[in-house]
Design a protein around this ligand. Sequence first.
Ligand code: FAD
Length: 382
Amino acid sequence: MKHYKVIIIGAGASGVMCALQTKQKDIAIIDKNTKPLKKVLVTGNGRCNLTNLNLTSKNYNQNIDKFLLKFNEKNTLKFFEEIGLETFADEENRVYPISNSSKSVTDVLMQKLNNKADLILGQSVEDVEKTQDGFVVKTDIESFSCEKLVVSTGGNSVENIFKNLNIKYKNFYPSLVALKSKDVKDLNGVKVSNVLVSATNNKGETKKEKGEVLFKDGGLSGIVIFNLSSIFARNCNFKGLIQIDLLPDLSRNQLVEKLEKRKSLNVNLDKFFVGMFQNSIANEIFKQTKINTNINSQKLNSEQISLLVNTIKNLKFEVYDYFDNNQIHSGGVSLSSLDENLMSKQINNLYFTGEVCDVDGDCGGFNLQWAWTSGFIVGDNL
Ligand SMILES: Cc1cc2nc3c(=O)[nH]c(=O)nc-3n(C[C@H](O)[C@H](O)[C@H](O)COP(=O)(O)OP(=O)(O)OC[C@H]3O[C@@H](n4cnc5c(N)ncnc54)[C@H](O)[C@@H]3O)c2cc1C
């Protein structure tokens, strides 16, 4: 059985960062994929949004300041600059390679990794055993031993290993994902911008964000919806409500005034919102108010105006599930069971990095930043 000082399970963003940072020489990275950094290639729609210049703990499910103090977005930029990656930030502080290609990111990382670690690819780790002086790592093909073990396996893949090592973790749940709703039947393909969206889960917890919503066949999507999906994922239940304020910059009174004025358009109600909303959105508003559109706008009474205003400020869609396109998982190994260097408090020399930890962030480069941060910290302390 081949022995290593350090084995890292997972050649993803955090595992590779860990391998690059450690001063240990005798290391192996084992990955079930035949190529390392496979997921990084698909990030940011193939452009890799590698961090965010507006980085705070507020973008995560919990306070991770003590880790960000050790390695934050500035360190990430410096690190990548030093290994040859040129980057730029867009207007929302999202950082991308100037090539606009995630392959540049994987290329510089692999160039730097060079022969620093043995890459054992195409082998899936099935089991880990704690021994007196380290660990035995069993893949579907062979076994290895090591003194220090880093678990960098991403979300949802190592429950077997957790059970065998008796590691406490919160169940993984898909997050940053599009949401299923039966109420969107006539809206497929419609996009609404500059709206304020609130998500409420079945515990009554809410999260709000302004931006764009895309309606798709059977549900809602877009970055705002992805970010709001975390309130369902963290609750391990996707039943709840999405409410959209279509005109968040107008107060109710201003909107009442506007609709009162529009009465004089003197049109059938199905044309009342022409010039204000797309037809399908106008139809949805009337559908949710249950106002019969077969009357003249001048006949709208104040109760109906108030109903329309309420609906424009609060278009409702019941959510019942998620689609299969999640970017991350919420859940994982609790930070309280790890020390400040992400080593298990129960098992000496066992470390965790990246998504396998119970840290999940918003879209915008925050999840890769956590992968770099945690990989750096563990690598630095091995
Ligand atoms: C479509 C998509 C787009 C994304 N876009 C962005 C973005 O633009 N910006 C951003 O910040 N985040 C983005 N993310 C999230 C980001 O990719 C992850 O947060 C990040 O890759 C997590 O890094 P990690 O090292 O924890 O895990 P991963 O990168 O998932 O790596 C884990 C590795 O472990 C291996 N592995 C798992 N189990 C085993 C096993 N039993 N044996 C051997 N190997 C194993 C896997 O094959 C994998 O290579 C995106 C995710 C997706 C899916």
